[in-house]
Design a protein around this ligand. Structure first.
Ligand code: SF4
Length: 198
């Protein structure tokens, strides 16, 4: 079972296969791994201690820890926070969370502040310039409410986290990418066009 895997200089952490979205483009629809990783389908969700031990063992030649998963990491917000508390002082590495931004809906409370002092970067997949477009490709458990919640989470993260990014993949139509850039500017966070992972 693969709890951590390396991609570039990052150590990626796979704590859950659950997600509140069912994106049309999700890499999980097309395989079982990312890059050179072994299979990422989990036979059980690793405990806090299993995850922290795996990270600390594999972190030495990495420059960043990235909670990414083969699923939405903030489905396990409380456990992610506990893992961060263990691995941040043990490794001294910056921590990033790649998320769909629906943590407040998933956990039923405002959650950005719980990452303060532990997480250095939150990267949120924006995917579309509006709620309807988002729902048409991401199929959230929360329907069209997901998009506004995602933007509220991004704005809230800005208060507590040093780096907040809204990202899109480079396969979007150029005009939609520009609309998304405006959305990010209106929220007041960074914007990134990232390469689609095959
Ligand atoms: S949010 Fe990420 S993990 Fe979840 S379905 Fe979409 S691409 Fe897959």
């Amino acid at each position: 079972m693969t709890i951590t895997y390396k991609l570039g200089n990052g150590l990626y952490v796979n704590m859950t296969n659950r997600c509140s979205n069912r994106c049309d483009f999700c890499i999980r629809n097309f395989g079982d791994h990312i890059g050179d990783s072994d299979g990422l389908w989990l036979d059980h969700e690793p405990t806090v201690d299993e995850t922290a031990d795996d990270i600390i063992k594999n972190a030495p030649d990495c420059t960043e820890i990235v909670f990414c998963g083969y699923g939405e990491p903030l489905m396990r917000l409380d456990d992610v926070v506990e893992v961060c508390k263990k691995v941040k002082p043990a490794t001294g590495l910056p921590i990033r969370i790649n998320t769909n931004g629906q943590s407040d809906l998933i956990n039923g409370r405002p959650t950005a502040r719980e990452l303060a002092g532990l997480v250095d970067t939150v990267s949120i997949s924006l995917n579309a310039p509006d709620a309807l477009g988002y729902e048409q490709i991401c199929h959230s458990d929360y329907g069209e409410n997901a998009y506004a919640a995602l933007l509220d989470f991004a704005a809230d993260c800005k208060k507590y986290i040093p780096h907040v990014v809204l990202s899109v993949v480079d396969v979007m139509k150029p005009e939609d990418i520009e609309k998304c850039r405006t959305v990010a500017a209106n929220v007041g966070v960074s914007f990134r066009v990232r390469e689609m992972i095959e």
